[in-house]
Each structure stands twice: as C-alpha cells, then as structure tokens.
Design a protein around this ligand. Structure first.
Ligand code: CMX
Length: 449
C-alpha cells in the first residue's frame, strides 16, 4: 500500500496552521454570513483567485526549501512517511487522528449544522467546510442540500449499465460501473474538448463534483435494492438532507438510522491524501481526467481488503466468531480465535493503520454512538471485548506499528443493528462518502494550474 504523507504546505513551512480555523474563528464565521453567501459556487469564485495567489507565493518564496530526507525504508514501504503531495482539506495526525480543515471530529460535531440540536453533523456542512475552509450556517447548508437534490438525476443508460451486470457481481463492481456510466455527462470533458482556458478548469470540475456527489447515493441505493430487495426501488424524499435521504432510499426510515447515516457519511469523507483511494483519485485527476474518471479509479482502491473493504471483512469475521463460539464468548475464547486468525496467515480486520498510532477517533465517535443508542447489543459488546483483547496480541507480535482499532472495526455492527445486515454492501457506503473528500481536493488542487 502507498502511505506517504501529504501536507498543508504553508503550515509546514511556517509551522502554523493555514486555512485551518480555530473553534473561535469558526464561530466568528457563523456571524459574518450574508444572504448572497448562500451560493457555494459564488463563494468559490471569490476564494479561488486568493488561493491561486497564495500558492504562487509559496512556489516563488519556498520552492527550493527541502521537506525531508528519503530513506530506503520509505521507498520500500510505498513512499511511507514521505511528504509527497499537497492535500490541504484534511490533515492526519498519527496521535490525534483526522482534522477537517483544522477541525477534529468532536469539533465538527460541535460547530457544523445538525438536523436537530445536539445531533450528528449534516454531510452538506462538511462538504462546504472542505471546499471553502469555512464553517457554514444552517441556511448555507440548507441551500446546498437543495442544490444537491436538484442534481440527483440519473440518466437511464446508467441503470442499463448496472443491469447488464449479473446480480451476483460485487456491489462495488456495480457501483464503479455506474460511475463510469455517469461520466458520459461530464462537463469537464466537454469543456476541455471545446478548448476551455486552464484558469477556468475549476468551474466544470466544480459542476461535475457536485453532480457526482448528488448522484452517488441514488445509484448506490439502487444497487442495494437490486441485489438484496428484489429490485424494489425507494424514491428519494425531497424533504430530507443528504445522509437521511440516503438511508431512506436504502429503505431505512428510523430517525436513529438516519442519524447513523449522517455520522457515517461525514466521518468517512476524507483521511488526508496518502491513503490508496485519495491518492489514486488525485493522481488520475492530475492528468486532467475528469472527476467521474478520477473517482471511479479511486473506488477500485477503496475496495481493497486492506482499505475500505475492511468494514465488510470485520462484520463477516465477527459473525464467524459468533458462529463458532456464540455471542457470549469469553475473553479467553476470543484470544484463541484472534490467534487462530493470525496463525492462518490473515490480518485481524479493523486493527492497525498506515499513519495512525492511537485508536482512530472515527472508531471512538462510533463507539460513543453505540454507547448512546445500542449499549446492550451483543455484537457491540463483542466489539468492545475485541478492543480489550486484540491490541495486546498485536503488540505481542512485535511488528505491528499500531495495534489499535481503526474506523472499520466499528461501522458494521452499527449498520447491522439497524437492519443493514448485508456486509458485502458496506464498502459502497464508504465509497459514497469518500467522493466528498476526493472531489473537494480536486477543486482545491486545480487552482494550482
Ligand atoms: N493484523 C495482523 N497483522 C497486522 C495487522 C493486523 N490488523 N496490522 C498490521 N499487521 C502486520 C502487517 O501485515 C505487517 O506484517 P509483515 O511485516 O509480515 O508484512 C506488519 O504488521 C507491519 O505492518 P504496519 O507497518 O503496522 O502496518 P501497514 O502500514 O503495513 O498496514 C494496514 C496498515 C491497515 C494495511 C494493516 O494494519 C492491516 O492490514 N490492518 C487490517 C486491515 C484493515 O483494518 N484495514 C483498514 C484500514 C483503514 C482504511 O484504510 O480503511
């Protein structure tokens, strides 16, 4: 796997955060919104020239500054630990975990608009934050929600392309196929063909990105219903936000599942630029492949078992534990099962990470959700036991750099609890969410041109 570090360049150079607001700054932003601010495109139109100037300045003033030494281990490890690209929308600290434009997950939960007071953040708010570096107001989030709904239209040929695959094809194969079929309508591809000036690349990129983000839950839900629910499609509910509407189209209408989906799609959006999917999307886009093409390739990285497929693998593994030992498994039995997995040459899914060196905060916020909503669920209790049992065993192996759980160790049991039991579908949810980060960074990167 490729695991190099990406970086907010100015923060590295001047040792202070850039475009990474403190909580108090975020709150200040909440107060300066005016009615014309509701249009995200108009906001970007103002911000992008500033970004272009800033990056020009970095290039001219710091272009020759060295950012580190490259060792053989780094090369053999797939660029591990190297600062290798610019990725400003999020930063992954090995100990603290992910920050989106400088805000940790608990901070996002505090300042981003929610469907109800104290609820999980709305995905639209995080998208706004990633694209602009600013915390949006509820009105801005509502405007973006509305815009996404108007863009969520799927041409017929996309459904035909999905239906051409056997129903037994993995859900991710069907999902990637749908993204390639959606590419037919790329505004970027059309604009490039008609000779757009490079300073304007961001405009069709933004168009494609918003349309793609809007369309993905519709095709993702279609694929779920096709494979598992006899093809009975659930129409979108125009009154719902992105996360809740996604849950609704999958066929889940309980308020708790809607909250879970809001949390799920928010925390999986982005994890800096060195992971397989983010890196792949960024790399392909650097050849001026449009957002659909770039994202389709990123999805093929998400589906690797050491990356996004791990959420599927975790639930299947947990179910195999239950099948063999029952739900009330003791810690000693669990230890034996973990050793059996390791001795058969497999990894323990959901544990370890290429960059993180502590428990993933994305795991912790899901644990908090479980403690609040499903504390007595036997599978949640099993996940909690694993949290105690697995890290000492992985440490004992002597080679695992991070024995702690990652995001995938927890997501499956939550989804399973609310009835989304089909583990082989889970990576599609990860994929939908990952579009937010990859597309936001594409927009951020194009100002470099
Ligand atoms: N179980 C068993 N062995 C593990 C392990 C785990 N959970 N995590 C790491 N190791 C092993 C590695 O396989 C490697 O062994 P070899 O030297 O024999 O090849 C050794 O420990 C050192 O690996 P590392 O430097 O600690 O970890 P890497 O950066 O190489 O890999 C990761 C990171 C995530 C691929 C790895 O921890 C893993 O395979 N975890 C299980 C799969 C998983 O949960 N993936 C999801 C990650 C989150 C995401 O991207 O979605």
């Amino acid at each position: 796997m490729v695991f190099y570090r990406s970086v907010s360049l100015l923060s590295k150079l001047s040792n202070r955060a850039v475009q990474q607001p403190s909580l108090s700054n975020s709150v200040r932003w909440l107060q300066i919104q005016t009615s014309s601010d509701l249009d995200l495109r108009a906001q970007l139109k103002e911000l992008i020239p500033e970004q272009q100037e800033r990056l020009k300045k970095i290039k001219s003033e710091y272009g020759k500054v060295q950012l580190g030494n490259i060792t053989v281990d780094m090369v053999l490890g797939g660029m591990r630990g190297m600062i290798g690209l610019l990725w400003e929308i999020s930063l992954l600290d090995p100990d603290e975990g992910i920050r989106f434009r400088g805000l940790s997950i608990p901070e996002c939960q505090k300042v981003l608009p929610a469907a109800k007071p104290g609820g999980e953040p709305l995905l639209e708010g995080l998208l706004w934050l990633l694209l602009t570096g600013k915390v949006p107001t509820t009105e801005q989030v509502n405007a973006l929600s509305k815009e996404l709904r108007t863009r969520a239209i799927i041409p017929d040929h996309v459904y035909k392309a999905i239906n051409a695959l056997p129903i037994t094809a993995h859900s991710m194969t069907q999902f990637t196929t749908s993204v390639m079929a959606l590419q037919v309508q790329s505004e970027f591809a059309k604009a490039y063909e008609s000779g757009i000036h490079k300073s304007k690349y961001w405009e069709p990129t933004f168009e494609d990105s918003l349309s793609l983000i809007a369309q993905l839950p519709v095709v993702a839900a279609y694929i779920y219903r096709r494979i598992y629910k006899n093809g009975e499609v659930v129409a979108a509910d125009e009154s719902l936000d992105y996360g809740a509407n996604f849950a609704h189209m999958l066929g889940f209408d309980s308020p708790a599942m809607q909250e879970l989906m809001r949390l799920y799609v928010t925390i999986h959006t982005d994890h800096e630029g060195g992971n397989v999917s983010a890196h792949t999307g960024h790399l392909v886009a650097s050849a001026l492949s449009d957002p659909y093409l770039s994202f389709a390739v990123a999805l093929n990285g998400v589906v690797g078992p050491l990356h996004g497929l791990a959420n599927q693998e975790v639930l299947l593994w947990i179910k195999s534990v239950v099948d063999e030992c029952g739900e009330n498994i003791t810690k000693d039995q669990l230890k034996d099962y973990v050793w059996k997995t390791l001795n058969s040459g497999k990894v323990v899914p959901g544990f370890g990470h290429g960059v993180l060196r502590k428990t993933d905060p994305r795991y912790m916020c899901q644990r908090e959700f479980a403690l609040k909503h499903l504390p007595a669920d036997p599978l949640f209790q099993l996940v909690s036991k694993l949290y105690e049992v697995v890290p000492p065993i992985l440490t004992e192996l002597g080679k695992v750099k991070n024995p702690w759980p990652n995001v995938d160790a927890h997501s499956g049991v939550l989804l399973n609890y609310y009835g989304l039991t089909e583990a082989r579908y889970y990576t599609v949810l990860f994929g939908v969410s990952r579009s937010i980060g990859i597309c936001s960074q594409l927009n951020n990167s194009l100002v470099l041109l």
